[in-house]
Write a protein of this length. Structure first.
Lengths: 317, 305, 354
């Protein structure tokens, strides 16, 4: 707590210092490596406009998250009386984080989201792995048309479908049951992952499957034993992005489920942590940030793979 | 036994077998509700009354003659078009930046992807605070720098009321949409840029082309088809979005930020009039379809390879 | 004197990619108007060497001079070089005219060309390469041969000091390739431009090059005319890399020696056997190739080294399999190599050592 308090009190100064230290370290390392001191500083000077642009964009992207971070630790007095959002005038507190996890349904939201997400990922993989392979390799013209249809379906926004979907969910008796989301979410995750996966499958050289066919496997076995293992990195990235798609979804979750304890994160946090016009700001902001960081890291980790799948899907599709 | 496995060697058979479950699921889950939406539009179904009594074009006529609907429709189109301009500009700049190598790229990319990676409704909580009527940190900065407060340049008030005045609320919503959608467009453009053969870029360098010429005359024309796809994605996502305004403004002040998706939700679910809600959202469909077909055509016609 | 005439001068050129030594100390002088071929197996560093000359790759160490000026740190546009890529790298969204005009427009500051001058220059270059009727076409509407001409026109339009060609013939089918080779050579002669041509194809190299540079593992193995490289290889690598089938190499106690299959003939075919070395040759298998017979077998005392002979079909010597014959090689056709370094050893020095 002492360290956290110190960090938060000096938050902006530390941020700037950290940045400058990293820049200095980088320059020192390059001088150590290449030796040319003057050329190095000329290089830094030449590159600085570029970095300025990058920093500006980063600042705009990060601003709300920095504010979220700081405000998660502010006491009510510090937050509401004579606003002074960028410094701590009272010591930071962990009471709001404590409240978020112990006095709200936050953990239940997380549990619901994870359950829904995992179930949807499984359904999506079962349906889209073979379908994507069929699109990539097995089918001719009508397969191409089916692929196009899928692409168009992915573009149909949920706002167009949520009303009849709501009727169907009620008829099936799934209202207020996360099961309804598990059934409905594949309507957008399947087209998405089919498209991505077919990109990865196209990157596998066809000769390998042909070799498997000659070696005595049938097409299904060739797919299971040769193509799937080789596309594993692509499949993992598809899993990650499918899961986050379900995490992002808001409209269906809002419409289908009214029961607090059954709601998912993206719906539960903004609806249940706000009582009428009473906003519990610190827990709200913390709740958002706690989800944002790991998802952001996962996206960044798998971004190259996504770009690659997209390129293959778009270029050769 | 051997005979049984012959179909598994047949390309067409396995193709059908692999594709059919996914196709069926999607057709059932998207096609059926879609038809149902159309049927709802022609009926008087409500949350309480589940019978489908067909009433012809009554709902569509009522919706079309509704002034609020017209304003909502216009707002949706305006938000979508204006934000796309900014998204395209920023996405192009950022895609060029992130397809280059520089120190700290990994971290910069992480920061810059956050707005897109964060679930929309949660990211909007952050902006709700940033744009708060009383506590907005932006207002605080403007106050400290003399843009606000007594004798302020922008206003004599201590706050700008980002989400409470007609003009600013619209600007705020557009800004936030650009903020959250730019990374997606950027990633798609990055895919385009990294698929340009390196030979072409090396050739341009040997031919004496500098950075700007290579960008404007080689790179951008070559990724034009993918740029159209990126535009299509972000336009349709935005056109169908209601999350941003649901969290930020609930359509207010008055109707200034009410968009189609939110309006259909408010009429159909909150108001209980399923039929009219369905009719409202269906008005978007021909527009979306036309947009998709037009842009996909453009993309395939601009195909350069 | 050679140094004064040279237009490209490479000294101590090195390029390391992390621990991989792509180019490892190359010194080379290229003369004005020369057609120089850099030949080597894939991964020998020849393409990296060319990319460094073009300015696409920064050397780890060493210097590049073009036209007497040190261009090591200059960008490609300041070097007066142009390049034809293996894929031709035609800009797919521009028609032929705009493709050819692109370098002129890009370098208009250096070259001081206005619109009309650009048009005139593009058209005259296109006429030279006989593609002036294709100027409105897009690259995808062209045949492989036409694409190559457009790529060369684009490379020539700025009248560069040096033309770099990175395997530009490998995308053409075999029939077109011979034709394109002739055209390229004629064009280079008549325009008297200095050309550096990278290839892994020895027939191409032999046919095109005034001089050939053989590279392996980032180092130059030998420089010389096609004939001198073939007849007088500097080391075992060059000896075995050139020629098809490649040179037979046999081990002796303190050295290795080699001879080409076409020089390894039945003793009866040699005019004066006293100048030749006789081998007892066990024939294992004979392949009939039309103009030649390719004989596989073993030389007595070298049972582990498969030895080939290429006997012209028109000499009527019967060669039965699983039989012993006396074969001979003329002494001047036997090359000796150091056991350890693989370098050539002169016969005399061997004789003296004995």
């Amino acid at each position: 707590m002492g360290l956290l308090s110190w960090v938060l009190h000096n938050f902006w100064a530390l941020l700037v210092l950290l940045f400058l230290a990293l820049v200095a370290l980088r320059i020192a390392w390059r001088i150590h490596k290449y030796g040319a001191t003057r050329a190095e500083f000329a290089y830094v000077l030449r590159r600085s406009p570029f970095y300025l642009v990058v920093l500006t964009f980063c600042f705009f992207a990060a601003a709300p998250f920095l504010i979220m971070f700081m405000h998660s630790f502010k006491t009510d007095g510090d937050l509401y009386r004579r606003p002074q959002p960028f410094v701590f005038r009272q010591d930071p507190t962990l009471e709001h984080l404590d409240a978020l996890f112990n006095n709200t349904a936050y953990l239940e939201f997380i549990r619901n989201s994870v359950v829904v997400g995992i179930a949807v990922v499984i359904i999506t993989l079962v349906l889209s792995l073979p379908a994507a392979y069929a699109l990539a390799r097995l089918t001719g013209r009508w397969g191409e048309r089916a692929g196009m249809l899928m692409f168009l379906v992915y573009l149909v926004p949920p706002t167009l479908l949520f009303i009849p979907m709501f009727r169907i969910v009620v008829l099936l008796g799934l209202k207020d049951d996360p099961m309804s989301l598990i059934v409905v979410y594949p309507s957008f995750t399947v087209p998405f992952s089919m498209w991505l996966l077919s990109g990865f499958f196209k990157a596998v050289p066809p000769e390998l499957e042909e070799a498997a066919l000659v070696d005595g496997y049938n097409r299904v076995e060739a797919f299971l034993r040769v193509v799937l293992p080789l596309s594993l990195p692509g499949i993992i990235s598809t899993i990650v992005f499918t899961f986050t798609l379900t995490l992002h979804e808001f409209i269906y979750g809002l419409v289908f489920i009214a029961d607090t304890s059954q709601r998912t994160l993206s719906v539960g946090v903004p609806t249940e942590l706000i009582l009428g016009d009473v906003y519990f700001w610190q827990p709200l902001l913390a709740a958002a940030l706690i989800i944002a960081i790991p998802v952001g890291l996962a996206y960044n980790l798998f971004l190259d793979s996504l770009v690659q799948g997209f390129t293959m899907g778009a270029v050769k599709g | 036994m051997a005979r049984l496995s012959y179909p598994l060697d047949n390309r067409r058979f396995v193709g059908m077998m692999f594709l059919t479950p996914a196709l069926l699921y999607i057709l059932l889950l998207v096609g059926f509700p879609f038809l149902l939406a159309i049927a709802f539009g022609f009926s008087d179904v409500t949350v309480g009354n589940t019978d489908l009594n067909f009433v012809g074009f009554q709902n569509y006529l009522a919706v079309w003659e509704n002034d609020i609907f017209r304003q909502v429709f216009e707002t949706t189109i305006r938000f979508t078009l204006i934000s796309q301009v900014f998204i395209l500009i920023f996405a192009n700049i950022l895609a060029v930046i992130f397809t280059q190598n520089f120190t700290g790229k990994w971290f910069a990319r992480f920061i810059f992807i956050l707005p897109w990676a964060t679930p929309v409704s949660l990211a909007m909580i952050g902006w709700l605070w940033m744009l708060d009527t009383k506590y907005s940190p932006i207002d605080y900065l403007l106050l400290q720098t003399g843009f606000l407060g007594p004798n302020g340049i922008l206003s004599n008030n201590r706050n700008l009321f980002w989400l409470a005045t007609p003009d600013l609320s619209q600007i705020s919503v557009i800004f936030v949409q650009v903020w959250r959608m730019t990374p997606l467009a950027t990633v798609i453009l990055m895919a385009g840029l990294s698929s340009i053969p390196t030979d072409i870029l090396d050739q341009a360098e040997v031919d004496g082309s500098r950075f700007m010429r290579t960008l404007l005359q080689i790179k951008l024309p070559l990724i034009l088809p993918i740029m159209v796809i990126a535009l299509l994605f972000s336009m349709i996502t935005m056109f169908g979005d209601m999350t941003v305004v649901y969290v930020l403004t609930r359509g207010g002040p008055v109707d200034y930020t009410r968009v189609l998706g939110l309006y259909s939700f408010q009429v159909g679910i909150e108001g209980g009039n399923l039929a009219q809600g369905a009719a409202i959202s269906l008005f978007a469909f021909p527009l979306l379809l036309a947009m998709a077909i037009f842009m996909l055509r453009t993309a395939s016609r601009a195909e350069v390879q | 004197m050679n140094a004064r005439m040279s237009i490209v001068q490479l000294s101590g050129l090195k390029k390391y990619f992390d621990s991989v030594r792509a180019v490892d100390g190359v010194d080379l002088a290229i003369d004005q108007g020369e057609f120089l071929v850099i030949l080597g197996p894939s991964g020998c560093g020849k393409t990296t060497l060319m990319r460094m000359i073009a300015g696409l790759e920064k050397p780890t160490a060493g210097h590049i001079e073009i036209g007497g000026e040190d261009v090591t740190d200059l960008p490609p546009r300041k070097r007066g070089v142009s390049m034809v890529f293996q894929s031709y790298a035609l800009y797919p969204h521009m028609n032929v005219f705009n493709n050819i005009a692109f370098p002129l427009r890009a370098q208009r500051r250096e070259l001081k060309f206005d619109k009309r001058a650009i048009r005139e220059r593009v058209e005259s270059t296109a006429r030279v390469l006989e593609i002036d009727m294709l100027l409105d076409r897009r690259p995808r509407q062209l045949s492989g041969g036409q694409r190559q001409r457009v790529a060369i026109a684009r490379a020539m339009v700025t009248q560069p000091a040096v033309l770099l060609l990175d395997e530009p013939l490998s995308n053409l089918d075999a029939k077109l390739r011979a034709n394109a080779r002739d055209e390229l050579k004629d064009f280079q002669r008549s325009s008297n431009i200095t050309a550096i041509f990278v290839t892994h194809d020895q027939i191409e190299a032999m046919g095109l090059g005034d001089r050939i540079v053989v590279m392996s593992e980032g180092k130059i193995q030998q420089i010389g005319s096609p004939q001198s490289i073939y007849d007088d290889p500097a080391n075992e690598f060059v000896a075995t890399f050139l020629g098809s089938p490649s040179m037979n190499i046999l081990s002796a106690d303190r050295f290795r020696f080699g001879f080409r299959p076409e020089h390894f003939l039945p003793k009866t075919l040699h005019d004066n056997p006293e100048n030749s070395r006789i081998f007892h040759y066990f024939v294992k298998r004979v392949e009939y190739l039309g103009s030649d017979r390719l004989v596989y077998g073993y030389v007595h005392g070298h049972d582990n080294d498969l030895t080939l002979a290429k006997v012209p079909s028109n000499v009527r010597v019967s060669l039965d399999i699983e039989s012993d014959y006396e074969f001979a090689v003329h002494n001047r056709d036997i090359k000796f190599f150091d056991n350890v370094s693989g370098q050539r050893i002169e016969q005399q020095s061997l004789a003296q050592a004995k």
